[in-house]
Design a protein around this ligand. Sequence first.
Ligand code: HEC
Length: 115
Amino acid sequence: MKTRPHTLSLKPQTTKLQTNSCFGLVALLLSACDISYEPLVYPDADSASAQLYQAKCAKCHNAPQPHAHTAQAWPAILHRMQMRMITKGATPLNKSELNAVLDYLQRYAAPAGSK
Ligand code: HEC
């Protein structure tokens, strides 16, 4: 007779504990996200070239903003990255992808002489 009420009173406690630890985990994950990631918003983000840029250039690191470098500097950087992809055994950009990405980066690049 004594066991039954005891079992009944345990149940809500267990449920409460699970709810709390679940909430704690979610809160932890959310706070971890806040610390690690600044959402990167790229210019003309919905365009095909911006999408291509993010698909190809965010594999090893975050894709830098186009304004991180001048239009004059981008070709050499792209060349260096192509070499990195080849070294890593990844497929480098083909000619038309390379042109589209270079065009995109140069369109929104930092003004000449500013970097
Ligand atoms: C195979 C992996 C890989 C891919 C794919 C890759 N990168 Fe990189 N990237 C690196 C490594 C490693 C470094 C650091 C060493 C260096 O600067 O070369 C780097 C550095 C950079 C830097 C220098 C950091 C800075 O802001 O000055 C830029 C810019 C850059 N990458 C742009 C690109 C672009 C644009 C693409 C797409 C065409 C790209 N990366 C694709 C590996 C990669």
